[in-house]
Design a protein around this ligand. Structure first.
Ligand code: GAP
Length: 530
């Protein structure tokens, strides 16, 4: 079963080092996160999969990596200076600030309806370029990667001899000064986008829009996010961005959040290339653009058949890496009862949980919403026990839980049964797993076992196709659990039989079944799935 709450994912990411708050030792920076050792592997594998599918496996794509800093005129003619705004309101009572369209007229902090009128707030970050910070020296940190592609359209066309239709793909950082960053990686101020700008002949854009929709859904399926978990939102005309003729938002059913946008697929007409072109009056544009007296180029394609220059229309599939990471984790997440704990062990844990919740209810150290959140989660765990027992880890990682003394006792009571009778497992597609293979010696003090295990690790890792690790820091059962929780598809164990006949066991993460095969075949065995 996929994750049922966002907290399960937050807790896993924290305890296993997928994601850390940025500059945490100084109190963090709101809406900014760092990728830890496992997070960076999973994130890189997602990006690699996207790049392979959209660049290598197609005949009509080129890649690009444009700079984050761009001439600020880019953002004037793209329309961002004028329109990249969110409606900001202040609460007159508690002085907090909110995005008007997120709060339904009531301050989420103090409940007041005494709010200011919404006013536009531009979300682009500014920075100074060069030693003198004055009105002319600033640049924006890009709020999307797309514009780097549009302004390079002529360069790519001239150097790649492409014909329409073709596309340019790019992955990179984007920055938005979100008024209320929230929901972990979902809405942040620094994030990465995977964007394609696909250039087509005017008149063919509707057909390509549909084809991209299907292609993108197939990719989501290939990374473990099935079609039935995504809703297609055909954005109504009054909600469309200023450049869009039609947009399909792919809405993933996130735990806790419900259906939210994970990718947008926009039909952007000739707005972008037209906006960045000089001599617009000669280009027969369909889009309304601001006249451009600064650009030095006409971003057109010479069509040999009609013998005329056309401004291509654009289809843009644009996905956020962090939102994709969350969707992949949510789908892969599973808490399984491996065998039923005896009633007395369940009783000891539920007693400790009840005592903890009583203490939460009585505590005057906790803010009301923190207390209510803990109580709500704790009651749900009690009601679903024993299956829900592993969620005690998530409960104890929630804000405020560390202020309750009885939390330590609950952890002490719960840890043993959780380790013994349950496992958290990430059923990640093998090509996304941060670690493909873990190799263990049955005994860590045995020279022969250790040497053979390390040899196997080296032999699999050589060639660098996927990450392989050696681990001897616990009993085998515990090592399996640790690897299950981070999604490692295969665990190889070297035991005494291995020293006699050169075979090892390979355990499958999902079925927990083991096969015994010659050590020399392990590399081929773990390479077969993707
Ligand atoms: N070039 C088009 C564009 O940027 P967008 O809908 O604003 O369109 C595309 O952003 C994707 O980027 C979204 O579907 C989402 O996945 C991601 N994204 C946007 N803002 C984000 C934020 N503040 N935090 C995390 N991801 C974000």
């Amino acid at each position: 079963m996929p994750a049922t709450t966002l907290d399960q994912l937050v807790s896993l990411c924290k305890r296993r080092g997928f994601v850390f708050p940025s500059s945490e030792i100084y109190g963090g920076l709101q809406g900014v996160f760092d990728w830890g050792p496992l997070g960076v592997e999973l994130k890189n594998n997602i990006i690699a999969s996207w790049w392979r599918t959209n660049v290598y496996e197609r005949d009509d794509m080129e890649g690009l990596d444009a700079a984050i800093l761009m001439n600020r005129l880019t953002w004037r003619y793209s329309g961002h200076e004028e329109t990249f705004n969110d409606p900001l309101v202040d609460c007159r009572d508690c002085k907090s600030r909110w995005r008007a369209d997120h709060i339904k007229g009531r301050c989420p902090n103090c409940g007041s309806t005494n709010l200011t009128e919404p006013r536009p707030f531009n979300m682009m970050f500014k920075t100074a370029v060069g030693p003198v910070a004055d009105a002319d020296s600033f640049a924006y940190l890009r709020p999307e990667t797309a514009q780097g592609i549009f302004v390079n359209f002529g360069n790519v066309l001239a150097t790649s001899s492409r014909k329409l239709p073709f596309g340019i793909a790019q992955v990179g950082k984007a920055f938005r000064n979100e008024i209320n960053p929230r929901n972990f990686l979902f809405r942040v101020r620094e994030f990465e986008q995977m964007e394609i700008e696909y250039f087509v002949m005017p008149g063919t854009e509707d057909e390509w829009h549909q084809r991209w929709l299907e292609d993108r859904l197939a990719w989501w399926e290939s990374i473990g996010v099935p079609r039935e978990r995504i809703r297609i939102y055909d954005v109504p005309p009054d909600e469309l961005a200023h450049y869009s003729k039609r947009t399909f938002d792919l809405m993933y059913d996130y735990p806790t959040l419900g259906y939210e946008e994970v990718e947008g697929i926009a039909s952007r007409t000739d707005y972008d290339l037209g906006s960045h072109s000089r001599d617009q009056e000669m280009l027969n544009l369909t889009a309304r653009t601001n006249p451009n007296r600064d650009s030095t180029a006409r971003l057109t394609f010479y069509d040999p058949e009609s013998k005329r220059h056309v401004v291509p229309f654009v289809i843009e599939p644009s996905a956020g890496v962090g939102r994709c990471f969350l969707a992949v984790l949510a789908e892969a997440y599973d808490e399984q009862m491996v065998k039923a704990p005896p009633p007395e062990r369940i009783g000891a844990v539920t007693d400790a949980l009840e005592a903890f919740l009583k203490s939460v209810g009585r505590s005057d150290k906790l803010a009301p919403e923190t207390r209510d959140a803990l109580l709500e989660r704790g009651q749900a765990i009690l009601a679903g026990a024993p299956e829900t027992m592993p969620q005690i880890e998530t409960l104890l990682a929630m804000p405020g839980a560390d202020q309750i003394e009885l939390g330590k006792k609950l952890r002490g009571q719960a840890q043993g049964p959780i380790d013994e009778y349950f496992r958290t497992v990430l059923h990640l597609k093998p090509h996304l797993a941060p670690i493909r293979v873990a190799v263990f010696p049955l005994k860590r003090n045995h020279e022969g076992l250790v040497a053979m295990a390390q040899d196997i690790r080296r032999s699999i890792q050589t060639g660098g196709f996927f990450r392989t690790v050696y681990d001897d820091t616990g009993a085998i059962g515990r090592l399996y659990r640790r690897q299950d929780e981070i999604g490692t598809p295969y665990c190889v164990t070297v035991d005494f039989q291995s020293l006699d006949d050169g075979t090892v066991t390979v355990r499958d993460r999902d079925t927990m079944q083991q096969v015994r095969i010659p050590a020399s075949e392990v590399r081929a065995y773990v390479s077969r799935s993707s």
